[in-house]
Design a protein around this ligand. Structure first.
Ligand code: HEM
Length: 339
């Protein structure tokens, strides 16, 4: 399945569903489909006080329950519509065989007929979880990077100098360049530590235990002055000295059995996107209608993945050569409109 437009129906469905899941999991004050902060708090509370799930929707104050029911319908849709779309368009025999092989790996003999549907459901669930868990988080990290570069343009200049020195201007960075780009790696670490991450409850403490659930607040850890001095500043330099700072990758991806299974994939994607932006783009502050530069502000939304509330910026190719390199990558016949 190829996404070719900005208003792809399946992407829109995924976005809307993850947005509603995030609303149901956020006790903060962002405005959304269920406007009251209190209602969203109830959405979260049901995880810790499961008997609340029996709260009748005809009683007053049940907006949270209706939201959860609505979100459940959307999740079901997100699990079935993309899966069925791909399945029904499996003109490619190879793909059809892969899907069948995946199911057969778990089953043999009669089980195959009996449990086919059950396993198909698992596959749909896994695909949906990967999408839901992987898109917002990665996108948020990239947005935090852009915001940081708007506020700290000298950091971007330094990263561009490093990039030019290491790979020159005749090609785009590749994964194998990573080890030779210590400053960019430090920026990525600082970006991880800067974002709100998958924080919950907006508490400044590290771990909160409620009932049988365990919630960690990665932002509380990354802002711990005991670990990071001058923790509110965006200071990649703190990671240049290896002995000094704890790598935020050791906590932003969670812990123990719930450790993010997509962490290496996410980290690689983030490196590839960020390195390509650094190599080819200037990140400039946008201007308002009067032509005045908009001062970027480090304000973050509440939510499951806390992201910059505003991002007024212009991404502009650094040079004609950079522009040509970007257009050369445009192999899928999609249009790139460079300024
Ligand atoms: C910067 C990017 C990412 C961050 C910060 C992040 C962070 C996290 C965290 C903290 C958890 C644990 C949540 C908990 O304790 O309940 C988690 C779980 C998970 N992540 Fe990520 N993640 C990222 C990217 C991704 C990507 C790209 C994928 C998939 C392609 C992914 C898939 C998952 C899945 C499936 C889980 C649930 C694991 C489970 O329930 O056992 N994540 N992630």
């Amino acid at each position: 399945y190829q996404v070719n437009t900005d208003d792809d129906a399946l992407v829109d469905l995924g976005e809307a569903t993850t947005h509603n899941i995030a609303l149901a999991g956020s006790a903060g004050s962002i405005t959304g489909d269920i406007n009251s902060c209190k209602q969203r708090l109830y959405c979260m509370l049901v995880d810790f006080l499961p008997f609340l799930k029996h709260y009748p929707t005809w009683l007053p104050g049940s907006a949270w329950k209706k939201h959860i029911e609505y979100t459940a319908v959307m999740v079901e849709k997100m699990q079935t519509v993309p899966y069925n779309t791909v399945k029904s368009s499996l003109v490619c025999l190879h793909l059809a065989l892969c899907l069948r092989a995946l199911i057969e790996r778990c089953l043999t003999g009669n089980e195959m007929t009996d449990r086919y549907a059950e396993n198909e459901k698992d596959i749909r669930g896994v695909a949906t979880s990967l999408y839901a868990a992987g898109t917002e988080t990665v996108a948020t990290t990239m947005q935090v990077f852009i915001l940081a570069m708007l506020i700290y343009p000298d950091v971007l200049v330094k990263a561009q100098e490093e990039m030019d020195h290491v790979i020159g201007s005749g090609r785009l960075p590749e994964l194998y360049d990573r080890e030779n780009l210590p400053y960019l790696n430090a920026i990525i670490k600082e970006t991880y530590s800067c974002e709100g991450g998958t924080l919950l409850f907006l508490l400044k403490c590290s771990i909160v235990i409620l009932s049988s659930g365990l919630i960690f607040a990665s932002r509380g850890m990354s802002r711990d002055e005991g670990i990071y001095s001058d923790s509110e500043a965006f200071l990649p330099e703190r990671f240049m000295n290896k002995e000094e700072a704890l790598d935020p990758k050791s906590f932003v991806f969670g812990f123990g059995r719930r450790l993010c299974p997509g962490r290496e994939f996410a980290d690689t994607c983030i490196f590839m996107v960020l390195s390509n932006i650094v190599a080819t783009m200037d990140i400039l502050r946008a201007k308002d209608e009067r032509g005045n530069e908009i001062t970027p502000q480090a304000i973050f939304t509440d939510g499951l993945a806390s992201r910059p509330a505003r991002l007024d910026c212009v991404l502009k190719p650094r040079t004609q050569q950079a522009r040509d390199l970007i257009l050369l990558q445009d192999t899928n016949d999609t249009t790139f409109s460079a300024q």
